[in-house]
Design a protein around this ligand. Structure first.
Ligand code: 13P
Length: 252
């Protein structure tokens, strides 16, 4: 049985004071969430302060990116070991903003993914199609290509520990949410792809989040679909009330 997993991607928002305040407020209000795993992913520079602020709570901390090398002369980069050192459990990899604004390729995402696993971080790997790709009927092909490139070379155990976030690019930050049917269809396709590459039992274990304009008023319907195991939340994760409103929509 898969557990629900809701994560907040704070992107390049907040400052030190508001990041800690938001984290503390979430930690205070998110108790006894037996069936839901919760994580918040602040900007790198606030990870340490946020992790300290919520230590001992039910919230986990994740980063929004990392570099694939363990250490060395890589100016401006941050390794998996550094993220673990400041209290991270998760790392988001291959977010569409990194793919489309910063030129991240499937090959780069794959190197990061393998490094995250080697270090013991739990990765959340994002995949998703552009609007023109959906309109051209290419959604499944795009998802399959991203899966095969970004998630290449994982052992069974690593695959089972990898969270996938389906984030249609046209739904991110636009207020245009995928319908529960559209999201469920891609999630079921992803599970079929995993079953084909590995096996059915393993595919049933993989947590697949939906991301893209998830809000308190659409969360329950999305999260009620059989293959939607949680959400990766952007804008609505920046206020405790709306983030917890989404958590409330997670099926028991
Ligand atoms: P929004 O929830 O703001 O659409 O962002 C989704 C997202 O990109 C999460 O990673």
């Amino acid at each position: 049985m898969r557990r629900m997993f809701i994560a907040g991607n704070w992107k390049m928002h907040t400052d030190r004071v508001s990041a800690v305040a938001l984290a503390e407020s979430l930690a205070d209000q998110s108790t006894s969430l037996g069936h839901v795993d919760l994580a918040i992913c602040p900007p790198f520079v606030y990870l340490d302060a946020v992790a300290r602020a919520i230590a001992g709570s039910e919230l986990a901390v994740g980063a929004q990116n990392m570099y694939h090398e363990d250490s060395g002369a890589y100016t401006g980069e941050v390794s998996a070991a550094m993220l673990l050192d400041v209290g991270c459990k998760y790392v988001i990899l291959g977010h569409s903003e990194r793919r489309h604004l910063l030129g991240e390729t499937d090959e780069m995402v794959n190197r990061k993914l393998l490094a995250a696993h080697r270090a013991g971080l739990a990765p959340i790997v994002c995949v998703g199609e552009l609007l023109e790709q959906r309109e051209a009927g290419q959604t499944l092909e795009v998802i399959r290509t991203q899966f095969e490139g970004s998630l290449a070379g994982l052992s069974d155990e690593q695959m089972a520990r990898t969270v996938i976030a389906y984030e249609p690019v046209w739904a991110i930050g636009t207020g245009k949410v995928a319908t529960p049917d559209q999201a469920q269809e891609v999630h079921a396709d992803l599970r079929k792809i995993i079953a084909g590459r590995y096996n059915e039992q393993l595919a049933e274990k993989v947590v697949i989040q939906y991301g893209g304009s998830v809000k308190p008023d659409n969360a329950a319907e999305l999260l009620g679909r059989p293959d939607i195991d949680g959400a990766l939340v952007g804008g609505a994760a920046l206020k405790a009330e709306s983030f917890l409103g989404i958590v409330a929509g997670a099926k028991a």
